[in-house]
Design a protein around this ligand. Structure first.
Ligand code: SF4
Ligand code: SF4
Ligand code: SF4
Length: 164
């Protein structure tokens, strides 16, 4: 059974969990330190990504920029890499989720469902709020962390946060 949740609040209530951080690692690259230790910064993955969401980030290392689009989990970045720095593609590509910020129009009382409209995983719910505008709630079990909801948000208030 899926369950709507406020990710930040749940983690805070549980305590003891690593803080969420902005997700920018390539799929199937589990550990940033391991990844950067092996990555030669050749740029092959940048060229291989059909969505063109991989850019050169800090230190020239490849980084995902969801403001440019979504990850389709095609695996081309992994296939293009000559280094042994990715886990098997049979494993989950990453553990990251969308998070909605306070600037969300719906949270400000303005109708907007742009994020829900683009989420193929149906991971964004708007529950009826008597007397108010419905707000987005994430169904964490369904969110793939693909980032498709990031760019269409008119106020750029969606972040993809890593659970690693
Ligand atoms: S899996 Fe495909 S779409 Fe996602 S970052 Fe790699 S090449 Fe780009
Ligand atoms: S697209 Fe952005 S502003 Fe619109 S409901 Fe979603 S998070 Fe809020
Ligand atoms: S990251 Fe992808 S799956 Fe998750 S809410 Fe956004 S569009 Fe939906």
């Amino acid at each position: 059974m899926t369950q709507a949740l406020d990710l930040s609040r749940r983690r805070w209530l549980k305590g003891g969990l690593a803080p969420l951080k902005l997700a920018n690692c390539l799929p199937w690259s589990v550990d940033w330190l391991d990844f950067t230790a092996g990555c030669t910064r050749c740029g092959d993955c940048l060229q291989a990504c059909p969505e063109q969401i991989i850019v050169q980030g800090d230190g020239g290392y490849p980084t995902i920029r969801f403001s440019q689009g979504e990850c389709s989990f095609c695996g081309s970045c992994v296939d293009s890499c000559g280094q042994d720095i990715f886990v098997d593609k049979q494993q989950p590509p990453w553990r990251q989720l969308a998070s909605f910020g306070d600037a969300c129009l719906a949270r400000q009382g303005i109708y907007c469902r742009s994020c829900q409209d683009v989420c193929e995983a149906v991971a964004i719910q708007f529950k009826p709020r008597p007397g108010g505008i419905s707000r987005p709630e994430l169904v964490g079990d369904l969110c793939t962390g693909c980032g498709a909801c990031v760019a269409p948000c008119p106020v750029q208030t969606i972040e993809i946060l890593s659970q690693e």
